[in-house]
Ligand binder design. Structure first.
Ligand SMILES: [Zn+2]
Length: 170
């Protein structure tokens, strides 16, 4: 099963609860992919593609992991993709020091240059709400950006600081 990524849609994020041995996660760490940018030659977000296969391959080949390091990938069109890492509640491979406790959610995009799409933002809120509703999060969970723990801008210098506050108020 390794490397197989299942797909869920914005209208059905309830699929994330199909997990046998639920963990209580302490953190959510937000990322951007930086590359691929998810932007077409016309300068607009590519809404017809899903990128998990590409990122999955890159993480397996370039980094030697057994699958995509994030738990969830949010495509420019708002579709979430995830695989065994989430379904089997394995630790992530996305943020040094926070992989055991932190769910990794990454946006396809380079938010040093662009902004997330409305579809991606809608999905982020729906996804976090679903994680809460299905009791995946510890009561005192926190949301952080990768840049708080690494010398990176991730999830991009254009990604607003206040978003994480709104994700912790629920
Ligand atoms: Zn990151």
């Amino acid at each position: 099963m390794h490397g197989k990524l299942d797909i869920i849609f914005r209208s059905g994020v309830g699929g994330i609860s199909e997990v046998k041995n639920k963990r209580k996660w302490k953190e959510i760490i937000i990322h951007h992919t930086w590359k691929p940018t998810g932007i077409g030659k016309d300068g607009k977000p590519i809404l017809t593609r899903k990128y998990a296969d590409e990122i999955n391959r890159a993480h397996i080949i370039d980094r030697g992991w057994n699958e995509m390091g994030y738990h969830f990938l949010i495509n420019p069109n708002g579709i979430v993709q995830y695989g065994d890492r989430w379904l089997e509640q394995h630790a992530g491979a996305h943020c040094v020091g926070h992989n055991l406790a932190g769910i990794g959610i990454s946006f396809v995009g380079n938010f040093d240059v662009n902004y997330p799409t409305i579809y991606q933002m809608e999905t982020l809120y729906e996804l976090v709400a679903e994680l809460l509703y299905n009791n995946f999060m510890a009561y005192d969970y926190e949301v952080h950006y990768h840049r708080e723990f690494a010398h990176k801008t991730c999830p991009g210098s254009q990604f607003p600081d206040f978003i994480k506050q709104t994700l912790m108020n629920t």
